[in-house]
Design a protein around this ligand. Sequence first.
Ligand SMILES: Cc1cc2nc3c(=O)[nH]c(=O)nc-3n(C[C@H](O)[C@H](O)[C@H](O)COP(=O)(O)OP(=O)(O)OC[C@H]3O[C@@H](n4cnc5c(N)ncnc54)[C@H](O)[C@@H]3O)c2cc1C
Length: 384
Amino acid sequence: MNIVILGAGLMGRLLACSLARAGHTVTVHEAAEATDRRAAAFAAAAMLAPLAESAVAEDPVVRMGQYGLTRWPELIAALDTPVFFQQQGTLVVWHRQDAADAQRFAHLLSATGQRQSGLPAPKTLDAAGLDQLEPGMGARFAQGLYLPGEGQLDNHQLMDALLAQLRRLQVTLHWGSPRSPDDFAPGQAGQPDWLLDCRGLGAKPQWPGVRGVRGEIITLHAPNVTLSRPTRLIHPRYPIYIAPKQDGYFLVGATEIESEDRSPMSVRSALELLSAAYTVDSGFGEARILDLVAQCRPTLPDNLPAVRRLGARCLQVNGLYRHGYLIAPAMLDVVLQLMQGDRSALATAFDLAVIAGDLAPTQAGHPVGAAPWPRMNSGFRELA
Ligand SMILES: Cc1cc2nc3c(=O)[nH]c(=O)nc-3n(C[C@H](O)[C@H](O)[C@H](O)COP(=O)(O)OP(=O)(O)OC[C@H]3O[C@@H](n4cnc5c(N)ncnc54)[C@H](O)[C@@H]3O)c2cc1C
């Protein structure tokens, strides 16, 4: 088949790669230039933490995240270029005065564990246990939680490896080429057989419910810091995570602000992120600040992802929010199933919304929550 994909971010590249490998002729249109690394996919810390995220995410995301953790090693192994991926678990720490918040966090995780099968139980650590996992940590924190099996990957390596693969598979790539679904009539003569819209926030004109949630993140080089796994600090005002990459590089993030402002990072955010990181490991005091990034996470009204059909041969994937890397393999496999038939068994299992939409819902004027779309999966939810 002849398939056109809009957006060469995370979902666009993953889908293009899988479909080209399956023998289809794939064309990708990306609004940005090839050298532009400002998409949400490049800003992310790419932590793969279904249980840790369950404190702020609903069960469908947790289920998709569990699936993603098993699928990422396969997806990465199929690439010709290596991509850093680790599954050494997540460490969660807190200062003594924030013990009540930590207890609440632990309760939320334990409730998730009771609802969802297959999640490894969190382990409570004392100072000695912390030291065993991350030497030196026990001197700074009296207690912690360890969430086994959670992972992370290097998103820049992944995006580069996917691009190299697309070139090898002879996918046609149009950079600096913003497009909209209404530029195509999939299924008609001279038109693509399928159109896949993976534009993230760029899909907003046709899907007004899409909004951006601002996130700021800092890249540090701290060769003296030995932290080896993603570490979260519970804090009442500025909870942070530190995601180690290879060779002494760390990402410290991320703020979450209800705004589509993509202007540079504020002084307040930089101060909060850096001072919180310094309390986790004073070695960050000598780190070099390499990058301060502000980007928006593409998000739907209920903060859950969805797949939307625009006619018989156009699918839109959106709302990956703060979990894009965690759930991308699940979204990928759902879309591949939906291209084979009307329903996706995986979408039903995840309780992922598959909805039908109009090309220009703004003009059609469907009010939020009015449910103008037919139910397509048991997981149907009303979205604008
Ligand atoms: C600060 C931050 C931290 C994050 N941390 C994590 C994390 O730790 N773990 C995790 O799982 N997720 C994380 N995420 C979320 C993750 O990055 C996103 O969910 C994911 O990138 C969304 O993927 P996408 O393909 O839908 O959109 P994107 O990656 O944004 O890609 C959309 C692409 O479409 C292009 N485009 C837009 N308009 C058009 C048009 N008209 N025509 C053609 N192309 C167009 C854009 O230029 C872009 O390249 C984080 C996000 C941010 C901002």
